[in-house]
Write a protein that binds this ligand. Structure first.
Ligand code: G3P
Length: 219
């Protein structure tokens, strides 16, 4: 399973990249706003900076909701770097835009997916990635990981090549659930990735190893 980081924070992207387990980055307009990035030129420069840090795919979301405008915006984003994946919302014009981009060989990520039907439509349109938001489903008491299972089954039934990118991942249990089900990618904050490191027996075991080493050294 590929690990993407879901942030526009350059420091956090660098930290995840330095860890050696990062396969890509996802952003969205809210994450860009959180970093204070606004205005066309600043947004474009920020995407270029992200592409300069990571080796894998970088999702850059269109702001337009009309087909023609999505095409113009998406083509401009895709021209920035071969790592750019044009992130398109799950709306009627978005599906048409995904079909267009897919025929042009431009990578896409269909975002704001909350049902298996939406995921089926995204795959039919030729999306490279589909992003079901599992954390936000859990927030409204709907089983987010259950949706990943449903999409996995449907895609496997028909051999769809669209990659399941589990988004809105909040913690290690989500990551492990995605890995067990067979999601292709998960995207989450740095904290969720780093939480995989944690186990109290690792901490106490290491403390004991180091204490034993020091005891012998002092004798
Ligand atoms: O990038 C989309 C998604 O991962 C958002 O996550 O935590 O805002 O629900 P969250």
């Amino acid at each position: 399973m590929k690990f993407f980081i879901d942030t526009a924070n350059l420091q956090q992207i660098k930290e995840a990249q330095d860890l050696g387990v990062l396969d890509g980055v996802t952003t969205n307009p809210s994450l860009m706003a959180k970093e204070g990035i606004s205005g066309d030129d600043n947004v474009i420069n920020h995407y270029k900076a992200i592409c300069g840090i990571v080796d894998g795919d970088v999702s850059a979301e269109v702001i337009s909701t009309k087909y023609e405008e999505m095409i113009t915006e998406g083509e401009r984003l895709a021209a920035l770097d071969s790592k750019i994946v044009v992130k398109v919302p799950m709306i009627k014009d978005g599906i048409k835009a995904i079909k267009y981009f897919s025929q042009k060989g431009i990578k896409t990520n269909c975002t704001l997916v909350f049902s298996a039907g939406q995921a089926l439509l995204a795959a039919k349109a030729g999306a490279t990635y589909v992003s079901p938001f599992i954390g936000r489903l859990d927030d409204i008491s709907v089983d987010g990981l259950g949706l990943i299972e449903e999409i996995r089954e449907i895609y496997d039934n028909y051999g769809f090549q669209t990659q399941i990118l589990a988004a809105s991942v909040r913690h290690s249990t989500h990551i492990l659930g995605c890995a067990k089900i067979g999601a292709d990618v998960m995207t989450g904050p740095l904290s969720a990735i780093l939480s995989l490191l944690k186990h109290p027996l690792t901490d106490s075991g290491l403390a004991q190893f180091l204490a034993d080493y020091e005891n012998v050294k002092q004798k």
